[in-house]
Design a protein around this ligand. Structure first.
Ligand SMILES: Nc1ncnc2c1ncn2[C@@H]1O[C@H](COP(=O)(O)OP(=O)(O)O)[C@@H](O)[C@H]1O
Ligand SMILES: C[C@@](O)(CCOP(=O)(O)O)CC(=O)O
Length: 793
C-alpha cells in the first residue's frame, strides 16, 4: 500500500519559529486581565514517545523518525485562592513545593502569551532556583529541573500577576528512560497552563462548535480547512511553549520529542525544517524494554557532542548515515511489506559508535536478536529503554518467547504500536466530585471558589495515589475532551458523561484488528510511601492512610551503597565515582530482602533448556579517553539490570558470540576457526540462517544441532555486569539461588522461520487514521474527537 498523504506534508518548524516570532494569534486575555488573572481548573495529558530512527543525529540537523506511545502524563491544575502560593506537586518523584506568591512578584515583566515564550536566562534560573531552595533546601536536580520548567512557563504567561493555584503531575511514563517523560511533562504542562489561563481552549471550543453548526451550509472541505487552520495554530502554540519547558530541563533539545508528543501519530522531524506526519504508512508492532538503568539525556547529548568535537571527520559520517537510515525508513514505512530489521540493526551499531549504548542495552539487543528480533536503544541511550522491532509476519510465539526471556533477565518489557493520540484535555466524569464543581469557572465569586477548592483538593488526593497497572485516566474516571492531533483542542462537551464511557476507536478497521497489546505496562517505580513519611510533604488528605504500593521492578542495589530516590541526576563528586569495571562472570549478589522473589517469568526462563547463559556473552571493556573518563565520572549512576544466567535459547547466536570472543583471544583461535568451519558446513548443507541469525530465527528442524543440555538447577538469576559507577540508584542485580526441582520439560519447538514475503499481513494500516476518515461530532453533540486517533477513557 502506498502512502496516503492527507494534509500538507510539511509543517513549519514551530519550535524554532516560536522562539522568534508569534505564530498563532492568541486572545489578549492575560494582558487584559493583569492584576486579576484567573485560572480555570484543567486536566490535560500528553503521551510519551519513542524515537525509531535518528536520535542524537537529530540534534545536528539530521532527520529522525518518532512516534507517540500509549503511556501518558497528566497535569491537573486548579485554583487554590486561600493558599497564596503556587503549589507544585510531583508525586512520581516525591516532590512538593509551595512557592509563595510574594516571591514571584519580583519578576515583573510583560507576559508573553501572544508572543513566543523566551528562554530561561541564567539569572532568572538562579533566582528561581533560590526561591525553590528556600522552600526545599534538599531539592534534587531532577525535581528542581521540573519545578523550574513549571515556574518558567508560568512567569512567561503571567508576569507578575500569578494567581494562587496547585499543579499536580502524574505520569505513566518511566522517568528518564528515553520514552519522553520530560517532553510529555512539558506538553501536558503547556496545554494545561494555556487552557487554564484561557489562552487556548474556551474560545476555540466555541469557534469549533460554530464551525460544526456551519457545516450544513458549507462544503465539508471548507469546514475542514478552517478547522485545520485553528487546530494547527493551537498545536503550534502548545508545541512552542512545550519546547520552552523542554529547554529548561535539557538545555538544548532538538525539538523532536515535544513535537511528536504534541501532534501524536508518527512523524519525520528535522530541526530547522519542521516535521512531516507519517500518514498512510504501515503500522507495526514493537516492544519497549526498560533496562532500568538510569540515564541522563543532557549528559548523553554532551557526550556525543564531545566525541564529535574530538573526531569530527569520523563522527559526521556516522550522523549522516543515521540520517540516511531515517529517510530510508520514512520511504519504507509506506511499503506493504516493509521490513525495517536491517535499518534497526545498523542504527544500533551506529549509536554504539557514538558511545550512546550501554551493556544493559547490548544485552537486550542480544536477547532479542536470539529470537530474530532486532533492537536498538531509543532516546538518549546510556540506559533507559530499548525498542525491539517485530518484523511483519513474526509469529506471536516468537514475540512471547523473547518477552519471557527479557523478563526472565530482569527487564521490564511490553508491546506497543507506532502512533497514538497526542496532547489532550480531559473532562471528569459526571459522578466524580470534581465534575460537579468543575463546571464552575474561575470567575465565580470567592465563596464558590472556596467550595471548588475543597473538592479539587479531594480529587487531587486521588490523582496522587498510585494506580498499579491501570491507566491513570481509568483511575480518575475522566473522558478526553479533545485530542488535538492534527486537530483542534476541544469540542463541545456533553452535559454529562457516563461513568466510564465505552472506548471509541475511530481508527481501527474491523477486518484488521490490532494485535493484542499486553496489559503489562511500565510505570514509574518511584517508591510510594505513606504521605506522612515524606519530608516536607504536607498532604492535605489521607495523611495517615497507608498508600498502596505499586509493584516494584526489582532495583539493583549495591550492598555498599544505600539506595537513593530514583530519577536523581545529582552530580557526584569524582571521589564517589567507581571505575568502570567489566562484567564479573561469577559475581553473585543477593536480592534485597524487600524485593519480591523471582517472577513466574524468571522461573519459566530458568527451566528453559539452555546450553549457555547471557553471562557468557562478552561485554567489551571500553577503552576510555581521559575526557570520556571524566565524563563518566560526572555521570549519574549507571546500573546494570543484567542477570547472570539469562537463557539464550538460540544456540546459534551463542555460538556466534563465542566465535567473536574466541577471535579476540589468541589462545582460542583454534576454537574460533572450528566454530567458523562448523558454520560454513552448516551453511553448505542448506541452512541459510547463518548469515542472518538476527533476522531469522532458527528453522524448525535443525538436526545438525545437538539438543541443549537440560538445566536441572539454576544457581542464581542475577548478578553484576559491572560495578555501579556512583551513588543514587546504583543497584545491582540480586537474587538468592533458586532451587528448581521441577522436571525439565522437553525443549520447546523452535520458532518458525520468518518469511516476510509469505507471511500473512497481520498489521493494520494507518490509512485508517487519515483525517478524512476522522469522525465528526455525534448528532447530540457529544462526540468529542477531533484527533486522528481518539478514545474515551
Ligand atoms: N513524572 C515526573 N514528575 C516530575 N518530573 C518529571 C517526571 N517525568 C519526567 N520528569 C522530569 O524530566 C526529567 C527526565 O527527562 P529525560 O532525562 O529527558 O528523560 P526522558 O527520556 O524520559 O524524557 C526528570 O529529571 C524530571 O526533571
Ligand atoms: C538524544 C535526543 O535525540 C533524544 C533524547 O530523548 P530522551 O530525552 O532520552 O527521551 C536528544 C534530542 O533530540 O534533543
Amino acid at each position: 500500500m502506498g502512502a496516503v498523504p492527507t494534509r500538507s506534508p510539511t509543517h513549519e518548524p514551530a519550535n524554532e519559529a516560536m522562539t522568534t516570532a508569534p505564530t498563532a494569534p492568541l486572545p489578549p486575555l492575560l494582558a487584559a486581565s493583569r492584576g486579576d488573572t484567573k485560572i480555570v481548573p484543567v486536566l490535560a495529558s500528553a503521551p510519551g514517545k519513542a524515537i525509531l530512527f535518528g536520535e542524537h543525529a537529530v540534534v545536528y540537523g539530521k532527520t529522525a523518525i518518532a512516534t507517540a506511545v500509549d503511556l501518558r502524563s497528566y497535569v491537573l491544575l486548579y485554583p487554590t485562592p486561600s493558599a497564596r502560593a503556587v503549589t507544585i506537586v510531583f508525586p512520581d518523584i516525591q516532590f512538593r513545593v509551595a512557592v509563595p506568591l510574594e516571591s514571584l512578584a519580583a519578576f515583573t515583566h510583560a507576559p508573553s502569551p501572544t508572543t513566543a515564550p523566551r528562554d530561561l536566562d541564567p539569572d532568572r534560573r538562579a533566582a528561581l532556583t533560590a526561591i525553590i531552595k528556600a522552600q526545599c533546601p534538599d531539592v534534587l536536580p531532577t525535581q528542581l529541573a521540573a519545578a523550574l520548567a513549571v515556574l518558567h512557563v508560568l512567569l512567561e504567561l503571567c508576569g507578575d500577576t500569578v494567581p494562587p493555584f496547585t499543579l499536580v503531575l502524574r505520569s505513566e511514563i518511566p522517568v528518564g528512560s528515553g520514552l519522553g517523560s520530560s517532553a510529555s511533562l512539558s506538553v501536558a504542562l503547556a496545554v494545561a497552563m494555556l487552557a487554564g489561563f484561557g489562552v487556548v481552549g474556551c474560545s476555540q471550543v466555541e469557534e469549533v462548535g460554530a464551525a460544526k453548526r456551519k457545516r450544513a451550509r458549507t462544503t465539508s472541505e471548507e469546514v475542514a480547512t478552517a478547522k485545520d487552520d485553528k487546530k494547527e495554530a493551537m498545536l503550534r502554540t502548545v508545541n512552542a511553549w512545550a519546547f520552552a519547558s523542554e529547554k529548561v530541563i535539557h538545555g538544548n533539545p532538538s525539538g523532536v520529542d515535544n513535537t511528536v508528543v504534541t501532534y501524536g501519530g508518527s512523524l519525520a522531524y528535522t530541526k530547522g525544517a519542521g516535521m512531516v506526519p507519517l500518514t498512510g504508512c504501515a503500522a507495526f508492532e514493537f516492544l519497549l524494554t526498560n533496562t532500568l538503568v538510569e540515564k541522563n539525556t543532557k549528559i548523553q547529548v554532551d557526550k556525543v557532542r564531545h566525541r564529535r568535537d574530538l573526531l569530527p571527520t569520523v563522527i559526521d559520517p556516522v550522523l549522516d548515515a543515521m540520517h540516511h537510515l531515517a529517510t530510508t525508513a520514512q520511504s519504507l514505512l509506506t511499503a506493504e511489506t516493509a521490513d525495517l530489521s536491517p535499518l534497526i540493526h545498523v542504527n544500533q551499531t551506529l549509536l554504539a559508535a557514538l558511545d550512546a549504548s550501554h551493556p544493559a542495552i547490548d544485552n537486550v539487543v542480544a536477547l532479542t536478536s536470539a529470537h530474530g528480533l532486532p533492537s536498538k536503544l531509543t532516546g538518549a541511550g546510556g540506559g533507559g529503554c530499548v525498542m525491539t522491532y517485530v518484523p511483519p509476519g513474526t509469529p506471536a510465539e516468537t514475540v512471547d518467547l523473547a518477552m519471557a526471556d527479557l523478563r526472565g533477565a530482569g527487564f521490564d518489557t511490553f508491546k506497543t504500536q507506532v502512533g497514538g493520540m497526542g496532547v489532550a484535555l480531559h473532562r471528569v466524569a459526571a459522578d466524580a466530585p470534581v465534575a460537579r464543581v468543575g463546571e464552575k469557572r474561575a470567575r465565580d465569586d470567592a465563596d464558590e471558589e472556596g467550595a471548588e477548592v475543597k473538592d479539587w483538593d479531594q480529587w487531587m488526593a486521588r490523582f496522587e495515589k498510585p494506580v498499579g497497572d491501570h491507566k491513570i485516566c481509568d483511575h480518575l474516571n475522566t473522558a478526553v475532551l479533545g485530542a488535538p492531533i492534527d486537530g483542534a483542542m476541544v469540542a463541545a462537551s456533553p452535559a454529562s458523561l457516563p461513568r466510564k464511557a465505552a472506548p471509541v476507536d475511530v481508527g481501527r478497521r474491523v477486518d484488521e484488528p490490532f494485535p493484542p497489546v499486553s496489559s503489562d505496562r511500565p510505570h514509574n517505580d518511584s517508591a510510594w510511601r505513606r504521605a506522612s513519611d515524606l519530608d516536607g510533604w504536607d498532604h492535605p488528605v489521607d495523611r495517615d492512610v497507608p498508600m498502596p504500593m505499586i509493584p516494584q521492578a526489582p532495583r539493583r542495589t549495591s550492598p555498599s551503597q544505600p539506595p537513593s530516590p530514583r530519577g536523581s541526576d545529582a552530580p557526584r563528586s569524582p571521589s564517589d565515582a567507581a571505575p568502570y569495571v567489566p562484567p564479573q562472570g561469577n559475581a553473585t549478589s543477593t536480592r534485597p530482602s524487600s524485593t519480591p522473589g523471582p517472577s513466574p517469568f524468571a522461573v519459566a526462563a530458568a527451566v528453559t533448556p539452555t546450553a549457555t547463559t547471557a553471562r557468557d556473552v562478552p561485554i567489551p571493556t571500553p577503552t576510555l579517553s581521559p575526557a570520556d573518563e571524566s565524563m563518566r565520572g560526572a555521570e549519574s549512576s549507571r546500573t546494570s539490570a543484567i542477570p547472570s544466567e539469562t537463557p539464550a535459547p538460540n544456540p546459534l547466536f551463542v555460538m556466534d558470540i563465542r566465535a567473536v570472543t574466541a577471535w579476540s583471544s589468541a589462545a582460542t583461535v583454534g576454537a574460533a576457526l572450528g566454530a567458523t568451519l562448523l558454520l560454513v558446513i552448516m551453511k553448505r548443507y542448506g541452512w541459510d540462517g547463518v548469515h542472518s541469525h538476527w533476522t531469522t530465527p532458527m528453522p524448525a528442524a535443525a538436526p545438525e544441532l545437538p539438543p541443549p543440555p537440560p538445566l536441572a538447577r539454576r544457581e542464581s538469576v542475577a548478578s553484576t555486569y559491572y560495578s555501579p559507577m556512583v551513588g543514587v540508584g546504583s543497584l545491582e542485580a540480586a537474587t538468592p539461588p533458586i532451587d528448581l526441582t521441577v522436571p525439565v520439560p522437553p525443549a520447546p519447538a523452535p520458532a518458525a522461520t520468518t518469511n516476510v514475503d509469505r507471511a500473512p499481513r497481520q498489521f493494520r494500516s494507518w490509512a485508517a487514521y487519515r483525517l478524512s476518515d476522522m469522525p465528526d461530532y455525534d448528532d447530540d453533540g457529544s462526540v468529542v474527537s477531533l484527533g486522528r486517533e481518539f478514545r474515551v477513557w
